[in-house]
Design a protein around this ligand. Sequence first.
Ligand code: NAP
Ligand code: ZN
Length: 346
Amino acid sequence: MHSHGYAALSKSTPLEPFQFERREPGPTDIVIAIKFCGVCHSDIHQTRDEWGGSLFPMVPGHEIVGEVTAVGNQVTKFKVGDLAGVGCMVDSCGHCVNCDAGEEQFCQNGMVLTYNSKDKQGELVQGGYSNNIVVTEAFALKLSSKLDLAATAPLLCAGITTYSPIKAAGVKPGQKVGVVGLGGLGHMGLKFAHSFGAKVTQFTTSLNKKEDALRLGADEVILSKDPAAMAAAAGTFDFILDTVSAPHDMDQYLSLLKPHGRYTIVGVPEKPMSVAAFTLIMGNRSLSGSAIGGIAETQEMLDYCAEHNIVSDIELIPMQKINESYTRVVNSDVKYRFVIDMNSIA
Ligand code: NAP
Ligand code: ZN
């Protein structure tokens, strides 16, 4: 099937217009005409090969929403005209212990990422900065028409990546939760923690984001470069979610946890970060990580968002502005997710 979009042809070249072929849809596949696609910092890490092993040419994009234009003859979940979404994964083995547990992202036989990955036939797959996608219905998500469609796109990655660890930590009313970094993931983490009833502190390096953080649901904003404010918060947090995309000092946040408090990293800086053992042992604190979320939990998150009217705060851009938007994301100048309007390449 013919597709067109924007791709990185190498780690050192800007994204540019690109034509390519996708597989022909099979009996359990659907075809989605992509309307909007979010811009995740992971797209930037991967197009610039900051994690190593990037596969080119690369059409990024894993916050995909659109309309179903064709369905295979065994498809049961979707019909032509339905809204559908695709997140970070498009396939997995479907029968290992982790797939059975609903954690396809940990498939023992290797899940297929939406882009920068090869499918079961060994063919390079391409993401959502494009006009269409073919995907097995098992990895496509149902979307509510009640929510703004463009602002729904970031839920497919930023949404599930923050919802999953906040739920896993058992965040509930009365607890004190911190979110580190107010970008695409951070602003969704803030919204979910607030919605789960916690008292939320937003940590930021950008003083100019304070008013926005309060509007988005923060009870308090702490500038992490302010040593006095950081010291005053020591030992008071039940849970902290770290969404920072660049290497940073984790000890300064870990020391804010109460005894038995939990710290979960979702950001993926390109270099390893160190932690002082004393910061963890003094207080029996836990340090953990979290990768996106399984398909069933992603659907649960989307349904939760439809019920509670939660979407992303977005800046809609034409595809032609993609390289400019990357520069702004890297400079922490995004409020709070860029979303590409696919009409711009129609
Ligand atoms: P983003 O929009 O760029 O947000 C990152 C935020 O981190 C920035 O807005 C900034 O917030 C803060 N920050 C940036 N550089 C910093 C530095 N040097 N020191 C301290 N704070 C800094 O990125 P995103 O799309 O939310 O993604 C965040 C990270 O999560 C990326 O590494 C991405 O690859 C990763 N990710 C992981 C998963 C997963 O499954 N675990 C899924 C998606 C993305 P302030 O201005 O408020 O300080
Ligand atoms: Zn992402």
